[in-house]
Design a protein around this ligand. Structure first.
Ligand code: V47
Length: 363
C-alpha cells in the first residue's frame, strides 16, 4: 500500500473512516490496480465474506418508442413507424411471463422507452396482469426517468405516479436512467430527460413510500474522474438520508449502433477499477453489482475480487445492451451462474430482490 501511495487511505479504511472526494480521485489515478482491488475486496469481505448473490429474474422491455434522444442509446426509436420500433400489446407482454410458467422466477425487471402514445392505464394494467399471472413475482419496474415522464405526460405529481403504480403491483424501482449526475455530461448525452435532482428526488420519494431501489452509473464515455466521484457522493448522500438503495450498479458504456459509436468501450481494467472504487466510496450501500451483460461474463467473474458481491441474475431477454453490441448471451442459467461463481472461488447464493437467500439454488 505504501508503494502504491495508498497507505493513508488503507489506514483510514481500517479505522472505519469514510473516504472523501480527493480520495476517490486518487483511487482512480493510482497506477496499481491490484492495490485498489485489494482494498475494495477487504470492504467486500467485511460485509459479505465470500457470499455472492444473484436471482432468477426476467428482463422485459415492452416498448422501445422513446421521445428522448440520449446519445448512448441504441435501443430507442423516436417514431412508432421506424423499422425496429415496437410496442407490445398487454397480451404480448403478459405472454412473456406466461410462457415461463416452468421457471421459478422471483423478479420481473421492466424498462421502457418514453412512449408518448400510451395511456397511463397501459402501465397499471401491465402490472396488474403480471400479478394475476404470478402473484408472488416481484415487479421491479420503470426507472426514475420513466416515472418523471409519466408525471409530466399524464399531469400527475411524481408521488402520485408512484402511489398508483404501487397500488397496481409495483414493488421496487430499478436504478436505470442515472447515467452521470453532473449537469455538463447530462446536457451533452441526455439533455431531454429528467435531471439528476429529479432522479434522486424520485428515489427519495420511493424510499419514503417504503420501496427499495437501486442506483446506476453509466461510465466509459465522456465523463471525467471528478464526475464519477461526484456521482457516487450524490448517491451516498441520499443513502445517508433514506437507506433505501440496495445496490449500486456501474454500467459499462457499449458503443455499437449509437451516436457515440466513435468512442472505444471501457477496458476490463477500467471496469474492475470502477467497481472497486464504487465499493470503497459507497460505504453505506450494501451491494455492488456487476451487471454481467454490461461487463462481460469473465470480467464480472473477476470483479468478485474487486468489490463486487452481486451479479444481477439470469436476465434472459435483454435488448438494451445487445442492441449496443454486447457479445454476452441473452441470459445465463442458474447452473451457469453457480458454476462461474464457484470457479472464481466464491460462494454462490440465490437471493430474492430483497437479498433473502434461498436454501438451495433453483438449478
Ligand atoms: O439507464 C443504455 C444504460 C440502463 C447503453 O436496477 C447503456 O438492478 C451502456 O439500468 N451502453 C438500463 N449502457 C439498464 C439498467 C439496469 C441494468 C441492470 C440492473 C439494474 C437494476 C438496472 O442501461 C440505462 C442506461 O444507463 N444504457 N444504453 C449503452 N449503449
Amino acid at each position: 500500500m505504501r508503494a502504491a501511495g495508498l497507505a493513508d487511505i488503507d489506514d483510514r479504511l481500517q479505522a472505519g473512516e469514510r473516504l472523501g472526494f480527493a480520495d476517490g480521485l486518487r483511487l482512480f489515478a493510482c497506477p496499481d490496480l491490484l492495490a485498489v482491488g485489494l482494498l475494495a475486496n477487504r470492504e467486500r469481505e467485511k460485509r459479505h465474506g465470500a457470499r455472492t448473490f444473484f436471482n432468477y429474474n426476467l428482463r422485459l422491455e415492452p416498448t422501445n418508442v422513446c421521445v428522448a434522444s440520449c446519445l448512448f442509446c441504441s435501443f430507442a426509436r423516436l417514431k412508432p413507424t421506424d423499422a425496429a420500433a415496437y410496442t407490445m400489446s398487454l397480451e404480448q407482454a403478459w405472454d412473456k411471463l406466461r410462457k415461463r410458467e416452468h421457471q421459478p422466477l422471483t423478479e420481473l425487471h421492466i424498462v421502457n422507452g418514453l412512449n408518448p402514445d400510451l395511456p397511463f392505464s397501459y402501465y397499471t394494467e401491465l402490472l396488474r396482469g403480471f400479478k394475476r399471472i404470478r402473484p408472488s413475482i416481484h415487479l421491479k419496474c420503470f426507472t426514475a426517468v420513466e416515472i418523471a415522464y409519466f408525471a409530466d405526460l399524464y399531469g400527475m405529481s411524481d408521488q402520485q405516479v408512484l402511489l398508483d403504480l404501487m397500488e397496481a403491483g409495483l414493488d421496487s424501482l430499478p436504478g436505470g436512467g442515472a447515467e452521470i449526475f453532473a449537469e455538463r455530461v447530462r446536457k451533452k448525452i441526455c439533455h431531454d430527460k429528467c435531471g439528476a435532482d429529479r432522479y434522486l428526488d424520485i428515489h427519495r420519494i420511493a424510499h419514503r413510500l417504503g420501496m427499495k431501489t437501486n442506483v446506476t452509473m453509466l461510465y466509459g464515455h465522456i465523463e471525467t474522474h471528478e464526475e464519477r466521484v461526484d456521482h457516487m457522493l450524490r448517491a451516498r448522500a441520499l443513502q445517508d438520508e433514506t437507506s433505501g438503495f440496495q445496490a449500486f450498479i456501474p454500467l459499462a458504456f457499449h458503443p455499437d449502433n449509437n451516436q457515440m459509436r466513435k468512442l472505444p468501450a471501457p477496458s476490463a481494467a477500467e471496469t474492475l477499477r470502477v467497481h472497486a472504487v464504487s465499493r470503497l466510496m459507497l460505504d453505506n450501500i450494501p451491494h455492488i453489482k456487476a451487471f454481467w451483460i454490461a461487463t462481460g461474463v469473465d470480467v464480472a467473474q473477476t470483479a468478485l475480487w474487486f468489490g463486487v458481491d452481486d451479479l444481477d441474475g439470469t436476465v434472459q431477454e435483454e435488448k438494451i445492451y445487445h442492441m449496443a453490441g454486447s457479445p454476452t448471451p441473452e441470459g445465463l442459467t442458474m447452473t451457469q451462474l453457480t458454476n462461474l461463481v464457484r470457479a472464481a472461488g466464491r460462494e454462490p447464493l440465490e437471493r430474492d430482490t430483497f437479498y433473502n437467500v434461498k436454501e438451495t439454488i433453483s438449478c
